[in-house]
Design a protein around this ligand. Structure first.
Ligand SMILES: *Cc1c(COP(=O)(O)O)cnc(C)c1O
Length: 438
């Protein structure tokens, strides 16, 4: 398998290089140079395959012989060890629950697969690999859980003191083993600047093998395509067109769906659901893309003003000019945006009508699917529920006016002991800490 940079198709890389580097030097994004089709017979018989088999088939089709069959199986078994069930609301609306992993959000799929691939590509190295990550909350939890006990790799997470929720902090600071947390007396931007400076410090990188767990690593995108097939498989056959509705921020999840469609999944359409950060719905409606600073909302994991995967969406549907690219995207993706009041109201409605608890992100998805189905009634829609509602328990209980259930793996975190080293927001402090702990 070869990948290219979205900024320059001649800038190519192997899968190993793309995964270990994260980003090409020209600051584009890695994309597969060729997107192969799955065997049509496999798609017709999806119902006979397990989630693991589906993941295996997608990978072998995409990777070719890059990774030997037996090794790939182990990578997948270690990363795909929780289900992605589809729950029926009514004949038209279904929910794909992507929150059954350790951090209770869909990011677990990407983080775990990336950890396994990195560990695989790192085999044979005698020197430990150090992954440095700055997090504002969610990504760090998924990355920490994903790399937990991965041989040959340690993870150091920088997070802003007092600016992540109690449960998020516990997800970062209680694992131990190969996961260390650094509580920084500063903002998320300070954490990110410190990490960036570490990568540029050749004195440090000569001593320590550093890598990042970047959210736009291709290894996070690929496994997110698996569950579109898995969801399709679980829908009862009716012949009505199937649409996927994706609550979106950086649009990695939606881009993974587009990849699944390009590989042959018979999807009628994707619906991009956003909160007030609506640059992609605006692009879909009028063809202009105008990134802007993000706005803070109830569905805060989607508060993104310049979605990083937009370049990949353009690349997948590239036409002969800007207008034809826009038309290609419009033919495949609809866009809708909603505000916090609408989001809260529909959480109450779904709770009462279906006795189903949506989290704020999934609720934006419900709104968008409902808006689409008002105009296209003979469709069946699958909403991607990107996080467990208990992750946002304070908001959810206040909106619904009653208690909700907390999964055991989240509840038990509260009693675990936090272990983090406290550092001032100065690069020198991070460097000294890294050298002392290498
Ligand atoms: C990250 C995240 C999103 C946004 O996903 P993208 O792939 O960035 O579009 C949506 N919901 C939740 C709960 C998330 O954590």
């Amino acid at each position: 398998m070869l990948l290219y940079s979205t900024k320059n198709k001649n800038n190519q890389a192997s899968l190993q290089e793309a995964v270990m580097k994260g980003l090409p030097d020209d600051n584009g994004l890695y994309m597969p140079e060729h997107i192969p089709q799955l065997d049509p017979e496999f798609i017709q018989n999806l119902a006979n395959y397990s989630f693991l088999d589906i993941a295996h088939e997608v990978c072998t089709t995409l990777f070719g012989d890059t990774i030997p069959e037996a090794d790939l199986r182990i990578i997948l078994e270690n990363s795909m060890d929780f289900p992605a069930p589809v729950v029926k609301l009514d004949d038209q609306k279904y929910v794909l629950e992507l929150f059954h992993g350790p951090s209770l959000a869909f990011k677990d799929f990407g983080a775990r697969f990336m950890a396994q691939l990195m560990s695989y590509f790192n085999r044979g190295e005698t020197k430990e690999l150090t992954i440095l990550v700055a997090t504002s909350g969610d990504t760090g939890g998924a990355v920490a859980a994903g790399f937990y006990k991965t041989p040959g790799i340690r993870v150091i997470i920088l997070y802003p003191s007092g600016k992540v929720s109690m449960l998020q902090e516990k997800q970062l600071t209680t694992l131990g083993h190969n996961i260390s947390a650094l509580e920084i007396n500063g903002t998320f931007d300070d954490c990110q600047a410190m990490v960036k400076q570490a990568f540029l410090d050749s004195e440090l990188t000569q001593k320590i093998r550093l890598s990042s767990a970047n959210s736009i690593n291709i290894a996070r995108l690929i496994p997110q395509s698996f569950y579109y097939f898995e969801a399709y498989k679980q829908l009862p056959q009716s012949g009505d067109p199937i649409v996927f509705c994706v609550p979106s921020g950086n649009f990695g999840n939606l881009t993974a769906g587009l990849l699944a469609a390009k590989m042959g999944l018979p999807v009628h359409r994707f619906i991009a659901a956003t909160n007030a950060n609506d640059v992609v719905p605006v692009y879909i409606s009028d063809g202009t893309y105008q990134p802007r600073p993000s706005l803070r909302t109830l569905s805060n994991a989607m508060d993104v003003g310049n979605p990083s995967n937009f370049a990949r969406m353009l690349d997948l549907y590239l036409g002969t000019d800007e207008r034809s690219t826009w038309n290609n995207i419009k033919n495949m993706v609809s866009g809708y945006a909603f505000d916090d009041a609408e989001t809260a109201k529909v959480m109450q409605l779904v709770d009462q009508k279906y006795q189903y608890t949506l989290d704020p992100h999934g609720a934006v998805g419900y709104l968008a699917l409902d808006a689409y189905q008002q105009e296209h009634p003979n469709t069946r829609g699958i909403i991607l529920e990107t996080a467990h509602p208990a992750k946002f328990i304070d908001d959810v209980e206040e909106i619904l006016g009653h208690k909700i259930e907390i999964p055991e793996r989240l509840a038990e975190l509260a009693d675990r002991e936090k272990k983090a080293d406290y550092l001032e927001a100065e690069y020198g402090k991070l460097k000294a800490w890294l050298l002392e702990h290498s």
